[in-house]
Design a protein around this ligand. Structure first.
Ligand code: NAP
Length: 248
């Protein structure tokens, strides 16, 4: 039996990395999958790779786009069973490097957009439905440079609890998966030069008890658990998937 048979699942930011790997796992497990991203070319490439998916071009930080996503899913499928909120900005800067526009952008994509996406989807969320938010180990660490990113990811842990508190009566659960360092194109977007990036990755491998980065599929496998009914008693919770980074 496929673990997500007959489920309609939305993955935001699914053109690369963890989102794309999760969309692959969802398709493998029998779900009908909807993906989003900001770039038409990358969306087309991901759709070709995934097969029969619905692709919606949308900016995760734009509230009107979140409403358009919900309208499109309502008009196409009439309901949604699984929401994986994955699209996120990882903008790392020291405290004195921040300006209001950068702060607002991180908050918009990582926190505001997700909240208004869930609000827009409420009329079509099934009973049962599962919401999974993509957090980060940074929510639990005080790493220099992560001040805004870490705050946005900490907000998602809170959001999973309060969403669950408000919505559990309707059969809707929200949980967080918090990955440690995972090999994805994200690291190329941090603004480091090549040698600084290599040094940063070496540092991270050094502090990872498991001695390596995670693979996107290893996070996607955890997300399949949350998406499926196997996790029906797991509510408002967080699963840290980090090679032992924060506990050892
Ligand atoms: N990689 C890690 O080590 C790691 C660790 C912990 C948590 N995470 C979290 O995992 C999530 C995915 O990261 P990743 O590592 O898989 O990065 P990635 O490979 O860079 O993928 C990011 C995805 O999000 C999409 N995206 C970015 N901004 C968007 C926006 N404003 N609206 C809609 N889509 C947007 C991108 O598509 P387009 O560019 O086409 O829009 C892309 O599909 C993020 O929330 C990140 O914080 C990653």
């Amino acid at each position: 039996m496929l673990r997500l048979a007959n489920k309609i699942a939305l993955v935001t930011g699914a053109t690369s990395g963890i989102g794309l790997a999760t969309a692959h796992r969802f398709v493998e497990e029998g779900a009908k999958v909807v993906i989003t991203g900001t770039d038409a070319g990358r969306l087309e490439a991901a759709s070709k790779e995934l097969g029969d998916v619905l692709a919606i071009r949308a900016d995760a930080g734009d509230v009107a786009d979140q409403r358009r996503i919900a309208d499109t899913i309502r008009d196409t499928f009439g309901r949604l069973d699984v929401l994986f909120v994955n699209a996120g900005v990882a903008d790392f800067r020291p405290l004195d490097g921040w300006d209001e526009a950068g702060f607002d952008r991180s908050m918009a994509v990582n926190v505001k957009g997700p909240l208004f996406l869930v609000q827009a989807l409420l009329p079509i969320l099934s009973n049962p439905a599962s919401i999974i938010l993509n957090g980060s180990v940074n929510a639990h660490l005080g790493k220099p440079g992560s001040i805004v990113y870490a705050a946005t990811k900490a907000a998602l842990i809170s959001l999973a609890r309060t969403l669950s508190g408000e919505l559990i009566g309707r059969g809707i659960r929200a949980n967080v998966v918090s990955p440690g360092p995972v090999t994805t194109p994200l690291y190329g977007k941090l603004g480091f030069g090549d040698s600084d990036l290599a040094g940063f990755k070496d540092y991270l491998i050094g502090v990872l008890p498991i001695g390596r980065f995670g693979e996107a599929k290893e996070i996607a496998d955890a997300i399949v658990y949350f998406a499926s009914d196997e996790s029906r008693f797991t509510v408002g919770s967080e699963l840290v998937v980090d090679g032992g980074m924060i506990n050892i």
